[in-house]
Write a protein that binds this ligand. Structure first.
Ligand code: GRF
Length: 195
């Protein structure tokens, strides 16, 4: 299974994938790691591990659809079986989704469909839930929507801050992501009807 990983930030989930591949816990090929903005630590991590990296800078495109098209073409050039959004903070359009339908995987730090969006941890904390968690799902063109592959629950503790809660969620998120990728690499990507 060949994967392309998309990042916007620190890439700790990506690092977990790189480490699992390095020790043979995960049998897949990381074809490339790409970002939507320059200077991400995620891309630095990938380069340090010897992987090919690319940038399709959102700010270089006046029209969002042009950025989407450029990203789609770049990712498709690696012929991935799976595209992993690992802290990739941009919504992609139908053109991208249709090119990788059923093969675009996202992780989210909340129990979807609760608390979608960029602030899933903050929103869960503000709502006052006692249990939150993380979700790995097949992404569609919505905001954190699409068929759920795996979830893990994380208890909210008294005195939790967004940071402390997110750190505990990320421990589960990394575990869930590795498990899901392992399943996909051995059992194959679930086939979804073409739209
Ligand atoms: C993860 O919790 C992811 O679900 C969310 O942002 C975080 C990314 O962390 N969208 P990292 O870049 O993998 O460290």
């Amino acid at each position: 299974m060949r994967i392309v990983v998309l990042v916007s930030g620190t890439g700790s989930n990506l690092q977990a994938v790189i480490d699992a591949v390095a020790v043979g816990d995960l049998k897949l090929e990381i074809a490339a790691v790409g970002a939507d903005r320059p200077g991400t630590y995620g891309v630095e991590r990938a380069a340090a591990a010897g992987y090919e990296t690319f940038l399709v800078n959102f700010r270089d495109y006046a029209v969002r659809a042009d950025w989407n098209r450029a990203l789609t073409e770049k990712v498709a050039s690696y012929a991935p079986d799976v595209v992993l959004s690992s802290g990739f903070m941009r919504i992609v359009d139908e053109h991208f989704i249709d090119s990788f339908v059923g093969r675009y995987i996202n992780t989210h730090p909340a129990l979807l469909p609760s608390f979608p969006g960029a602030h899933g941890v903050r929103d869960a904390l503000a709502y006052g839930v006692k249990i939150t968690g993380c979700t790995v799902h097949i992404a569609d063109a919505g905001v954190d929507t699409g068929p759920i592959l795996a979830q893990a629950a994380v208890e909210v503790l008294d005195g939790d801050t967004e940071e402390s809660l997110h750190e505990r969620i990320k421990v589960q998120e990394r575990r869930l992501l590795i498990e899901t990728l392992r399943q996909l690499s051995t059992m194959g990507v679930p086939s979804l009807p073409q739209r």
